[in-house]
Design a protein around this ligand. Sequence first.
Ligand SMILES: Cc1ncc(COP(=O)(O)O)c(C=O)c1O
Length: 330
Amino acid sequence: MVKARAYGHSLRAALAGLGQTDGFALLDLDDARWLRSQGWDKPILLLEGLFNEDDLNSVIELKCDLVVHCEEQLRWLERQNHPITVFLKLNSGMNRLGFSPDQYRLAYHRLHSAGHRVNHMTHFANADRVDREPSVGSQMECFTQTVEGLKGETSLANSAAVLWHRNALGDWVRPGIMLHGISPTGVYRDIEHAHLKAVMTLTSKIISVQDLKAGDAVGYGSRYRAPKAMRIGIIACGYADGYPRHASDGTPLWVYGPNDKSHGVLCPIAGQVSMDMLTIDLSNAPWATVGSTVELWGKNLAVDDVAGHAQTIGYELVCAIAPRVPVEII
Ligand SMILES: Cc1ncc(COP(=O)(O)O)c(C=O)c1O
């Protein structure tokens, strides 16, 4: 799964790092075109299928496979006699995309009669938790009963299912977030056992240091007020770079050690994140000064730990990295 510019990591990085995969899945024809231009000749699945009938010519030209999830898409493909590989989507309880179990088998036969190769797919709502319905078990049961006796390969599992529901893999797995070393649950500890490491490290530098007296306030709205005399580091990174504006005081950043980036310390955000800057309490890093490197998330600080302080999950933070942030692929 490399939608949303490979979860903010860039398609170029995904192609470099994941070139051994059996196929890529994404949303936009432009991205599919780019992969083909780089010589990628294995499958590309368009995860939300066609957005309009006119795109069929490009789909055929680029040899893309299509998810089919609604009646309109079905009609467009019935009018198309070039055979296309389709993943027909069953709504087995998530109620987002897909045909209901009642409609599914008829949809299958219509596509099949129109000459398309039809595979089966569904998506889990709760593979990352055990306390909610529909459970993986009930969605699996619905899927198995609905596709029984129909030819075609199957695809069910997102990252959480790959990690925790090994009986629900099917023929094609669809991991996304775990490929980037981030937990589907929003808690990095949950994937430590799988030895998945963060792919993205977001760094910046201290561009100024302020010496505050007790009682001085920092930034817009004066949200943070110094309880004692202290040093505040101003970091060149803000919400225009994709850093979450909702990050509360106390959100950690990793400040590199004086000579060695692996021996850094955590320093908390102090003050409202602004467009191009954020401010941290440097009490734990007396050596830090203008030019010191800080890690906003990555190898030393799980993106989920940051996300938790901004009432979100790692997915949202990495996807929101702004185009202006320079990317180095290692
Ligand atoms: C249909 C489908 N399959 C697989 C995935 C991958 O999910 P994850 O990133 O949690 O592995 C997604 C992502 O939302 C999806 O929409």
